[in-house]
Design a protein. Structure first.
Length: 119
């Protein structure tokens, strides 16, 4: 089965940047859409961004537009999330997930990586 492994989380000050990576074990059309989600304590999991492996179409949550950028390296089966101008409210566990389309709930999930934005 498809495996997803996130990396790149950590502690950063407000206004700082982090880049998350999601390495996929393989590619199939069943998992053409790769998304980043996040879940803060006491809150529901929310979609942050998504990219189609074929074509590169992207979308973003309003809360991160202009600050986060999703990208892919198909040769390496890796998806990235560049996060700039980070805010304390961006603090959460960030999950990489895969599915057939960005507007559908993903079928496969990574284990998550913690992002903490604090002084």
């Amino acid at each position: 089965q498809l495996q997803l492994v996130e990396s790149g989380g950590g502690l950063v000050q407000p206004g700082g940047s982090l880049r998350l990576s999601c390495a996929l074990s393989r590619f199939t059309l069943d998992y053409d859409a790769i998304g980043w989600f996040r879940q803060a304590p006491g809150k529901e999991r929310e979609r942050v961004s998504c990219i189609r492996r074929s074509g590169g179409t992207t979308n973003y949550a309003d809360s991160v537009k202009g600050r986060f950028t999703i990208s892919r390296d198909n040769a390496k089966n890796t998806v990235f999330l560049q996060m700039n101008s980070l805010k304390p409210e961006d603090t959460a566990i960030y999950y990489c997930a895969a599915g057939p389309q960005c507007n559908l709930w993903p079928r496969r999930w990574g284990q998550g990586t913690q992002v903490t934005v604090s002084e």
